[in-house]
Design a protein. Structure first.
Ligand SMILES: Nc1ncnc2c1ncn2[C@@H]1O[C@H](COP(=O)(O)OP(=O)(O)OP(=O)(O)O)[C@@H](O)[C@H]1O
Ligand SMILES: [Mg+2]
Length: 363
C-alpha cells in the first residue's frame, strides 16, 4: 500500500546539514498499522511530512497504492491536497468558529466542484464518521468546546472523512493525560481494525507502539535501527539502542565461552545456542526484568544477592538485586516481592545476545 524507498531529507543548520531522514526504506501493507517509534528529534515528523507532501525530500521515492507521489529522480512531487491522504498532525489543530459537524465536513466541502459530493451525501458521510468516533451527539457543538480527548477524536474523524487509502498520525495521543490516552489507544485500535484503514502512526511512546502496531520501525538519528513485529523487537533487539528504548532491560557484559555459554562478572550464563558470536567474542546479554524470577539460586542462571531497591508500582514491584558488581532489575508481583536488605535468589529465565561492538555506550 505504501512503499518508501531510500528517502533522505536534510535541513540546514547554519551551514551544517541535519540529516533528519537518512536513507529510510520500508513498506506498509494494506490494512496494516505501522508505527514509527523513536526519541525526540530522530526524524519521525519529518518522515511523515515527506509522505504527506508537506516536506520535499532530497532523494528517494514514495508510492501509495501504486501511484508515485514523490520521486526525486523522476521529478514527481504531487502536492499535499492532491495526495488524498488523511493527516492528523502533532498539534491536532481544531479550528475555532466551527461546529463539530462543519469541522468534520470541511475536507469534503473544499473539494473541487466536480469531485465534491452533494450536500446530502456529505451529511450522511459526516454522520457516519462522527458516529465511528462516538461524537455524533455533539455534532452541533462549537469544536473548541470539546475536551482534549474529544478534539483528538474529531481530528481523526476529519482525517477519515475522505476515506483516505492511508492515514498518517503524528503523536495523536501525546497531549492527553494517561487515563484518556489508554482509553483512546484502545478506541483507536478498534476503529482502525473495524475500518481496515492503513495507518502510519508516529510516537515516542513504546507502550503505544508495541500495543497498537502490526509492525514497527525504531528510528535513531534519522535511520531505521530495527523493523519488525512488536514481539520480535522486544524479545530480540539487534542493538543496545532498541533494547533500551523498548522498555527496561538488564544489559550484562560478557564473553562467549562456548556456544550457549557466556561468562559475566557474576558467573557463567546459559544463553540460547545458535547465536552468531564465537568463543572469545565480547557480547551483551539482554534480560527483561519480567524474565527474572525470584527463586532458588541453585537452578541454571540462578544468582543470589541482597535487594537494594523495592519500588511499588500498583500492579507490581520493581526490585533491584545486587549480584557482585551487577545490579539486576526484577519485575515482581506485589505478593512475591522481597524486603530491602533481604537476600534473594534471582533466576534469569530468558536472555538474548547482542554483539558488544553494537554497544558503544556504557550504561
Ligand atoms: N524546519 C526545520 N529546520 C531545521 N531543522 C529541522 C526542521 N524540522 C526539523 N528539524 C530537525 O530535524 C530533526 C528531526 O526533527 P523531527 O521533527 O522530524 O523529529 P521528531 O522525531 O518528530 O521529534 P519529536 O518526537 O520531538 O516530535 C531534528 O534535529 C530537528 O531539529
Ligand atoms: Mg515530531
Amino acid at each position: 500500500m505504501l512503499a518508501v524507498s531510500s528517502l533522505r531529507k536534510a535541513f540546514d543548520d547554519r551551514g551544517a546539514p541535519v540529516r533528519a531522514v537518512d536513507d529510510v526504506t520500508f513498506d506498509v501493507a494494506e490494512g496494516e498499522l505501522f508505527a514509527l517509534l523513536g526519541p525526540s528529534g530522530c526524524g519521525k515528523t519529518t518522515l511523515l511530512r515527506c509522505i504527506a507532501g508537506l516536506e520535499r525530500p532530497d532523494a528517494g521515492e514514495i508510492v501509495v497504492a501504486g501511484r508515485t507521489l514523490t520521486s526525486r529522480s523522476a521529478g514527481i512531487d504531487v502536492p499535499p491536497h492532491e495526495r488524498g491522504l488523511g493527516v492528523v498532525s502533532q498539534s491536532y489543530g481544531i479550528w475555532p468558529h466551527m461546529t463539530v459537524f462543519d469541522t468534520a465536513a470541511f475536507p469534503l466541502r473544499v473539494l473541487p466542484r466536480r469531485r465534491r459530493p452533494s450536500a446530502s451525501q456529505i451529511r450522511a458521510r459526516v454522520e457516519q464518521v462522527l458516529d465511528s468516533v462516538q461524537l455524533a451527539p455533539l455534532a452541533h457543538r462549537p469544536a473548541t468546546d470539546l475536551s482534549g480527548g474529544q478534539q483528538q477524536r474529531l481530528a481523526i474523524a476529519r482525517a477519515l472523512v475522505n476515506e483516505p487509502p492511508l492515514l498518517l498520525l503524528d503523536e495523536p495521543l501525546a497531549s492527553l493525560d494517561t487515563r484518556l490516552r489508554d482509553e483512546l489507544r484502545f478506541e483507536l485500535l478498534r476503529l482502525q481494525r473495524d475500518l481496515g484503514t492503513t495507518c502510519v502512526y508516529v510516537t515516542h511512546d513504546q507502550t503505544e507502539a508495541l500495543s497498537l502496531a502490526n509492525r514497527l520501525a525504531v528510528m535513531n538519528d534519522g535511520r531505521i535501527e530495527q523493523l519488525g513485529e512488536p514481539r520480535t523487537l522486544y524479545d530480540h533487539p539487534t542493538s543496545r539502542f532498541v533494547a533500551e528504548f523498548l522498555g527496561a532491560a538488564n544489559l550484562i557484559d560478557g564473553v562467549v565461552v562456548s556456544s550457549g555459554h557466556v561468562r559475566t562478572a557474576a558467573g557463567v550464563l546459559e544463553v540460547p545456542a545458535g547465536h552468531a558470536a564465537a568463543p572469545g567474542d565480547a557480547v551483551v546479554v539482554v534480560v527483561r526484568p519480567e524474565h527474572v524470577t525470584l527463586e532458588d539460586a541453585t537452578a541454571a542462571n540462578g544468582w543470589i544477592g541482597p535487594v537494594e531497591v523495592a519500588a511499588y508500582t500498583g500492579d507490581g514491584v520493581d526490585l533491584v538485586v545486587r549480584v557482585g558488581d551487577l545490579r539486576i532489575r526484577v519485575r515482581s508481583t506485589p505478593q512475591g516481592a522481597a524486603a530491602v536488605g533481604s537476600k534473594v535468589g534471582v533466576r534469569l529465565r530468558s536472555c538474548s545476545l547482542l554483539p558488544a561492538a553494537e554497544a558503544p555506550r556504557d550504561v
